[in-house]
Design a binder for this molecule. Structure first.
Ligand SMILES: [Zn+2]
Length: 324
């Protein structure tokens, strides 16, 4: 596997598929996985193997497709979940452990020490069966930092190869992300991933701040699909990393528009015309001053050329066209 400054874990087929109304057939999931592999993502979170027979069929198809990407299944801290992942021949598990007191008290009804013991047992079990473990704190951004550090350090000591902090309800700001991820990067000696949700429209900014602070992996989804407001959008994060920070990922930017269209088709969820990078209007110009400017010298009204992301320029002669 090639070494890169920032790894990309795509969760379109797991978190993205949890978007209300989205359900992909195994063959559709395989087609999206092939496209993600061709795009150059490092890790494909193909689903949660425990969910259903259909899900296992899809994950197995993807595992056996001979893709370059690491194939990963979401698992809870349960041996039965790990067994389901093993049955699908995945390379790795995204082992997600609720860590905030809100989740522990209201969802799991377990103490911090109980969840620590349960989750480390599940991690050990997965590692003993040859899986790569990405140990992930759910609701990390509302978790007591002392407990978060204690748990993630213990997971690394147990053998987890990567850890992840999830901003499960999207309450980070770039400032908070900087603090959280710089602390984590100092404390653990393995790559740290950022999993940001977009409830306040901050997922991309928070993901970038996390990387600047020392995180080495991003969790993203095509078109920003995901629970509620969605996840950090793959197309936004990889483009912004490259454009603003010169950080390369394995993703081929010029295929971003095509994969957006493929996922739009399979999920049936239309991409907003004003969606950054891949929306139909991302490079459309209507007002006369704008169209004239773009025709004369494109950078006047375009931060990047549409070809960079495999998109196209569109000039619209509507009511704002004026006399230019
Ligand atoms: Zn999520």
């Amino acid at each position: 596997m090639k070494k890169r400054a920032v790894k990309v874990l795509d969760t379109t087929l797991r978190d993205g598929e949890q978007t209300p109304g989205v359900a992909l057939a195994p063959e559709q999931k395989l087609e999206v996985a092939r496209a993600l592999d061709d795009l150059g993502v490092d890790i494909i979170e193909a689903g949660a193997a425990i969910t259903s027979e259909g899900e296992r069929k899809a994950i197995k198809l993807i595992s056996k497709a001979g893709l370059d990407a690491e194939i990963c299944s979401f698992v809870r801290a349960l041996r039965s979940d790990v067994d389901a992942a093993l049955a699908c021949d995945v390379d790795s598990v995204h082992l997600v452990v609720p860590t905030s007191d809100i989740h522990l008290k209201h969802k799991l009804k377990k103490s911090r020490q109980e969840i620590k013991q349960i989750s480390l047992d599940a991690a050990r079990y997965a590692l003993d069966h040859g899986l790569v473990v990405e140990f992930s704190a759910e609701d990390a951004t509302r978790t007591d930092p002392t407990f978060l550090h204690e748990l993630l350090s213990a997971a690394v000591k147990e053998g987890a190869q990567r850890v992840c902090a999830c901003d499960t309800v999207g309450v980070l700001t770039p400032e908070k992300a900087s603090k959280l991820f710089s602390e984590l990067a100092k404390i653990v000696q393995v790559p740290v991933a950022a999993h940001c949700h977009d409830d306040f429209g901050m997922a991309t900014a928070n993901t970038l701040a996390a990387i600047q602070a020392g995180a080495q992996e991003v969790h993203v989804s095509v078109n920003g699909l995901g629970e509620r407001g969605g996840n950090a959008a793959l197309e936004e994060v990889v483009l912004a990393l490259a454009h603003f920070h010169g950080i390369k990922t394995g993703v081929k930017l010029n295929k971003l528009y095509d994969i957006s269209k493929l996922v739009e088709r399979h999920t049936g969820l239309p991409v907003s015309p004003t969606k950054a990078v891949v929306g139909e209007n991302a490079f459309a110009h209507e007002a006369g001053i704008h169209t004239h400017g773009v025709l004369t010298y494109p950078p006047t009204y375009e931060p990047i050329s549409p070809e960079v992301v495999g998109h196209h320029r569109k000039l619209v002669f509507g009511k704002h066209v004026g006399s230019h």
